[in-house]
Design a protein around this ligand. Structure first.
Ligand code: HEC
Length: 457
């Protein structure tokens, strides 16, 4: 019986075209009813079959919903609009037959209503099969906004503490894969709704290969060209964006762990840019710069310092010493030729001291500075007041003195300073007016430092 229902359900995509044809034909006829004779008989005939085929569409649709693991929330609108179309079709048929109840409603109500409900039903149905933006997608591609991930759920300030699977991978898979790979509908006998299910694999075995990650089936599938039959998600489905593919790729190559944090796996802000909840303002200054010096970049990279453009085709740079913790005040000299290009710098966990402020004040385009878990006390931090673009500064778990807070509060462009100290309540040591206070994050809600925060990658 199940098989019969599933089979009938599968006819839904075919059946729905019948009422669409009948109804549009009928409506066209209605427009020309004065010219084409005998209109009444033909109209009755058409709307009889339109009613029958609408009903069949609804019933097959219900079976498809029940058998194939669709989520009610996603199909609700389509269903209601479909039922409305059926009711109007039947109503109009009865109207044409001279039914007294149906005659109480004006003819235009049926025809106009039918046209509208048919369009809505069709459009919502299309969204279910091809994704929410299947109409606007070609336009989006045209203006180049297609490469953003639609799912923005990471917070710039605490993303590194998020668990990689629950915080990043799962939301992507839920949106793009789980629809066809779940307990109700496990295409290729593969379920992807939990980590355990991913580990289990599908009908051809494992999809995550922990021994040689690069040959994992999941990577093969997403990297195949879209026209290949085995490409995932299948063609005409909502595709993974480039950023999403890159993230899955990186995660699998790192051994596809479940519980490691984004920080532990070495994810950086740039990679995750398209998943970050965006702030409204344009973050980086709009300035034209020459290409940064390649030799300097190469030598920094060879030391293990991460240095990348802040976005594609930009000469503005992000620098992080997360993989080179021996970085010290003297090493800042190495960056001198990039002092216009670097707009975001992360020296957390390095060996820098208060001497760093003199050097940093020469990086005139800096927007963001991170000095978390360094030995700085804030001596000389006033020199940063020269930085006209400085919007964020992170000074978590340092030796920051409360006087520094007053100095920082005088930085005009600053939007937020993160000054949470694990062992001290800095906030109680100073008094600040409410409008200044909002620019500081004393972060008492933060978790204490995890041992893993200081792991070297
Ligand atoms: C519209 C439905 C649909 C969506 C969405 C979808 N898949 Fe599939 N998937 C299938 C079908 C059908 C098969 C079985 C046919 C085949 O092997 O190509 C399959 C098979 C697979 C297999 C092979 C399983 C095995 O052991 O043979 C993998 C791996 C896979 N999908 C990964 C993904 C990933 C990753 C995503 C999301 C990025 C995804 N799929 C999204 C329909 C879908």
């Amino acid at each position: 019986m199940d098989i019969v229902l599933t089979f009938f359900g599968r006819f839904h995509p075919l059946l729905v075209h019948l009422p669409i044809g009948f109804i549009l034909m009928g409506l066209l006829f209605e427009c020309y009813k004065k010219k084409i004779q005998p209109a009444a008989t033909v109209l009755k005939f058409i709307f009889f079959w339109a009613s029958v085929s609408s009903l069949l569409s609804i019933v097959s649709g219900i079976f498809q919903f029940l058998q194939e693991g669709y989520i009610w929330g996603n199909i609700q609108g389509h269903f209601i609009a479909g039922v409305a179309t059926f009711v109007l079709t039947l109503g109009f048929y009865l109207f044409l037959k001279g039914n007294v109840f149906a005659l109480r409603i004006p003819r235009l109500f049926y025809t106009l209503g039918l046209f509208i409900s048919l369009m809505i039903t069709g459009h919502l149905g299309g969204n279910i099969t091809h994704g929410d933006n299947h109409l606007t997608e070609p336009l989006e591609a045209l203006v180049g906004i297609n490469n953003k991930s639609e799912v923005r759920f990471l917070n710039v300030d605490d993303y590194s503490r998020q668990k990689v699977y629950s915080g990043l991978i799962e939301p992507i898979l839920s949106k793009k894969c789980v629809r066809c790979h779940n307990p109700k509908k496990a295409k290729g006998q593969l379920q992807m709704h939990t980590y355990a299910a991913l580990q289990k694999g599908g009908k051809n075995g494992i999809i995550l290969d922990f021994n040689s990650p690069e040959s994992s089936e999941i990577l093969n599938r997403i990297h195949l060209p879209e026209f290949e039959k085995k490409h995932m998600p299948p063609r005409a489905q909502k595709q993974l964006t480039q950023a999403e593919k890159d993230i899955i790729n990186y995660w699998v190559l790192k051994g596809a762990p479940e519980f490691k944090t984004l920080g532990e796996l070495g994810f950086n802000e740039i990679q995750l840019n398209s998943f970050m909840v965006q702030e409204n303002e344009e973050v980086y200054p709009s300035i034209e710069l020459d290409l940064p010096d390649k030799k300097t970049i190469d030598s920094l990279q060879s030391m293990g310092i991460l240095i990348t453009p802040v976005k594609q085709n930009s000469n503005l740079l992000f620098l992080s010493t997360i993989n080179y913790k021996a970085f010290s005040d003297n090493d800042l000299g190495l960056l001198a030729s990039l002092n216009k290009h670097i707009v975001s710098i992360d020296l957390s966990d390095s060996n820098v001291t208060d001497a760093v402020f003199t050097s940093l004040s020469k990086f005139s385009n800096l927007v963001s500075i991170k000095l978390n878990r360094t030995a700085i006390s804030g001596q000389g931090i006033d020199q940063l007041s020269k930085l006209d673009n400085l919007k964020k500064i992170h000074l978590i778990n340092t030796n920051l003195k409360s006087e520094a807070i007053h100095i920082i509060s005088g930085f005009k462009p600053l939007i937020k300073a993160f000054v949470f100290q694990f062992n001290r309540d800095l906030r109680s040591e100073i008094s600040l007016s409410p409008e200044i206070l909002v620019r500081f994050d004393f972060g008492n809600y933060l978790l204490e430092d995890l041992p893993s925060d200081t792991v070297v990658y």
